[in-house]
Write a protein that binds this ligand. Structure first.
Ligand code: ADP
Ligand code: ADP
Length: 228
């Protein structure tokens, strides 16, 4: 999936309360990219993620997925597109507490009236090292295991791109780096596009392409330039 954002700006409010959350952001993501975006609180990370995933629209600028302008989709087309093509991973694992790990993982398919492909489910949960935890409830799993379940859920519909918003925010640094290593491994094996938003520079450095966002201005940097 090739994604191209051009001159994306987002302005909230007006007059005294006017905030330029994103300032003419240009971003090209090609299939198989593993990208990190780092920036302090309030720098525009969530806003950018919302625009890139079609959850929100910019004040100006354009965004295409394989040449298609997704902001011109109807709401219905856009939500179908998001369900089928995009996987989301959050800081809060957002697992349903009364469902087992397996039920949580396959939930997106059931909502779409599809059956899971057992071979793919096995491959995915083997890669994530959670095959022997599938009948457990979330509270019976460690934080790192819960996040792996959430990763499996994000990947079950075989999306082209994964957006991860502070995926290690609730994990200690050891399980955080393990989770990112696993995501990187899966990303290599499956050829996905992975975009990670973080404020942790150790995590940001694990990506192949690294961006810094400050006051709504996005800039690609070299590995050793991340000093935050
Ligand atoms: P981050 O995710 O990096 O913390 P955000 O994208 O949430 O940054 O916010 C960027 C800026 O836009 C901040 O100044 C924030 O207060 C402002 N902002 C975000 N969402 C809204 C909103 N819905 N209304 C007004 N201002 C907002
Ligand atoms: P967090 O600090 O958990 O990352 P965010 O900064 O992303 O939270 O904001 C959480 C929600 O609040 C977002 O949906 C955003 O749109 C909204 N928001 C953020 N800043 C403002 C603001 N200044 N005014 C109104 N809504 C805001």
């Amino acid at each position: 999936m090739n994604i191209e954002g051009k001159e994306l700006s987002k302005i909230y409010g007006n007059g005294e309360s006017r905030v330029v959350a994103l300032d003419k952001v240009n971003l090209e993501i090609t299939a198989n990219d593993f990208i990190s975006i780092i920036g302090p609180s309030g720098s525009g990370k969530s806003t950018l993620l919302h625009l890139l995933s079609g959850l929100d629209k910019p004040t100006s600028g354009s965004l295409t997925y394989n040449g298609k302008d997704i902001y011109s989709f109807t709401d219905r087309e856009l939500s179908a597109f998001r369900r089928q093509r995009i996987g989301f991973i959050f800081q809060q694992f957002n697992l349903l507490p009364v469902l087992t790990a397996k039920e949580n993982i396959i939930m997106p398919l059931l909502l779409d009236k599809k059956q899971p492909d057992d071979t793919y489910l096995k491959q995915l949960t083997d890669l994530l090292g959670i095959s022997d935890r599938l009948s457990h409830l979330p509270h019976e799993l460690s934080g790192g295991q819960q996040q792996r379940v959430a990763i499996a859920r994000a990947l079950i519909a075989q999306p082209d791109i994964i957006f991860a918003d502070e995926p290690t925010g609730n994990l200690d640094s050891k399980s955080g780096s393990e989770v990112i290593e696993i995501m990187k491994d899966i990303w290599r094996k499956m050829g996905k596009t992975l975009v990670i938003i973080t404020h942790d520079s150790a995590i940001a450095r694990m990506a192949d392409r690294q961006f810094v966002i400050i006051d709504g201005v996005l800039r690609e940097v070299k590995q050793d330039e991340i000093l935050l």
